[in-house]
Design a protein around this ligand. Structure first.
Ligand code: DX5
Ligand code: ZN
Length: 218
């Protein structure tokens, strides 16, 4: 099994000390920084907007993995790309013309991802899987950090892995929500490539060590 890609979610960081938190991630074994954007419409919460992403980008030495939990994401793709996104994931539930939205992300030079809510079956990705770089599998209902991991995610990851292999696709599987030391190994065994972790990292006594711990799981 390959070394997992670890993406701490800055939603769980101390926003009053964001520069310090970003520098902590820089100094750690984390691979990406996961950036959650919420609009209060697609999800019942707000998080951060473009000025915060730009500020994070000024200090970040790791790629920004932007997760758009917003309606009409196609309106803001260029803005998030210009703010410094390396990858942009849009929700399948928020995109009427998903194929077109994915092509727009790629044309901007970003990696293109699709996120799916817990109730959305993997089969919905059948006609887009070969075009994307990343699938963000929500293992909690999006909108809040610190929620309990939904157990059916393992089965979903196995199905998704099969879909990727059957289509000769290269998309990475990212797990987002409630990831911790207990479920990480099972998720990697099921086929996950990227682990997002918010509270498990930022609420721990030693976040750098917690990131190291996740990175060492095989
Ligand atoms: C939830 C977000 C997640 C969240 C994960 O809507 O998409 O990225 O920050 O946080 P934890 O790891 O605390 O569940
Ligand atoms: Zn997220």
């Amino acid at each position: 099994m390959q070394t997992p890609i670890i993406a701490p979610s800055i939603l769980a960081a101390d926003f009053a000390n964001l520069e310090r938190e970003v520098k902590m991630i820089n100094a750690s074994e984390a691979d990406w920084m996961h950036v959650d954007i919420m609009d209060g419409v697609f999800v019942p919460n707000f998080s951060m907007g473009l000025p915060v992403v730009e500020a994070v980008k000024r200090h970040a030495k790791k790629p920004l993995d932007v997760h758009l939990m917003i309606v009409n994401p196609e309106r803001y793709l260029a803005a998030f790309c210009n703010a410094g996104a390396h990858s942009i994931s849009v929700h399948v539930e928020a995109c009427t013309h998903l194929h077109s939205t994915i092509q727009q992300i790629k044309a901007l030079g970003c990696q293109a991802g699709v996120a799916i809510n817990p109730h959305t079956p993997v089969v919905q990705l059948e006609n887009i899987i070969a075009d994307i770089d990343l699938v963000c599998v929500m293992s909690v209902n999006p909108g809040f950090g610190g929620q309990k991991f939904i157990e059916h995610t393992y089965r979903k990851v196995e199905k998704l892995k099969k879909l990727i292999l059957d289509n000769n696709a290269h998309a990475k599987i990212e797990i987002d929500g409630g990831v911790n030391q207990q479920n990480a190994k099972l998720l990697l065994d099921a086929g996950a490539d990227v682990l997002v972790a918010g509270n498990f990292v930022f609420s721990s006594e030693n976040p750098i060590e917690t990131i190291r711990l996740l990175k060492a799981i095989r």
